[in-house]
Design a protein. Structure first.
Length: 294
């Protein structure tokens, strides 16, 4: 399942979707429940998703408030609360609950979402074609471009990381050592190259840090030389990475005997799911090995 999702990011959504589908099959006979509490209990289903399911699929008058709807409400009612705050979202949901009609609530929710997505857009709202322009408080006061109010998100935290591109020898010749991430946390359960977080915002001491990177069986990483610099940005973290060609200090470990590590070549790569940044590293490495430009 994660392999099919590879490269899209937000892997927790894929896991939650898989879990929710399994619960629907096991607990509700393969039919999505129409009970609000049951829908809300499904993994990954928050107030917005629950509202969309209940109103569109089951015609229940439950609001579905996403960013588009919050923008429409902020402008129409001239609401100046910071939409980045959870308390504002709660207030918007309460307001939408008062507005939603009992007849065709799904159409109402879809119309609100579409209005925000296609007309009441973030930077250049199409007020002249908006069906509610004459009653929009922000438009009447000339403030449609300044709303909704939203505090700026902080810059992603920079993390410097040293990465080991460990090439095998002997029976593992032509293969690269990979490891699996923990089952919880960022990029849970995906595969990656061994790497370490550096204590300072630089690559000083990177080779020593790699030598201390734990591997199953007590093997020690021996970094040879840097081969590429690469980066990747998450919503809250920016990885700044230097990749080192490397070997192992004590011959070759039988990585396939340990669940957390594997030796893989290009032909086996499709069997493992990698975060985008490690896919790019492997692409560059194997393209270079084939004589292609990285």
């Amino acid at each position: 399942m994660l392999k099919a999702w590879e490269g899209l990011g937000y892997y927790s959504r894929a896991r939650h979707l898989h879990s929710a589908v399994r619960d629907v099959c096991e607990l509700y006979g393969g039919q999505v429940p129409d009970d609000p509490d049951a829908v809300a209990s499904l993994r990954g289903v928050g107030p917005y998703t629950a509202g969309a399911i209940l109103s569109i699929a089951f015609n229940r008058p439950v609001p579905a408030v996403d960013g588009n709807v919050m923008r429409v409400l902020s402008r129409f009612f001239l609401l100046e609360d910071d939409v980045a705050k959870p308390s504002t979202r709660t207030r918007m949901e309460q307001l939408a609950r008062k507005l939603i009609p009992r007849e065709r609530p799904g159409d109402f929710n879809q119309a609100m979402m579409d209005l925000g997505a296609t007309v009441c857009t973030p930077k250049n709202p199409g007020c002249l074609i908006c069906p509610v322009m004459e009653r929009c408080a922000a438009r009447l006061q000339g403030r449609e471009k300044s709303l909704p109010a939203k505090s700026k998100a902080g810059k992603p935290r920079a993390e410097y990381r040293a990465v080991a591109l460990i090439e095998g020898t002997g029976e593992h010749a032509g293969k690269i050592l990979i490891r699996q991430r923990p089952d919880a946390g960022l990029l849970a359960g995906l595969w990656e190259l061994p790497h370490v977080l550096l204590p300072e915002p630089s690559f000083a001491g990177a080779e020593d840090a790699l030598r201390g990177c734990p591997l199953p069986g007590g093997w020690t990483i021996v970094p040879f030389e840097p081969v590429m610099d690469i980066g990747h940005e998450f919503s809250h973290i920016r990885w700044i990475m230097r990749v080192y060609a490397a070997g192992l200090a004590e011959g070759e470990a039988s990585g396939n005997d340990v669940a957390e590590t594997r030796w893989i070549g290009p032909d086996e790569r499709a069997d493992y799911t990698f975060p985008n940044v490690f896919s790019r590293i492997l692409d560059r490495h194997w393209n270079r090995e084939d004589g292609n430009p990285p």
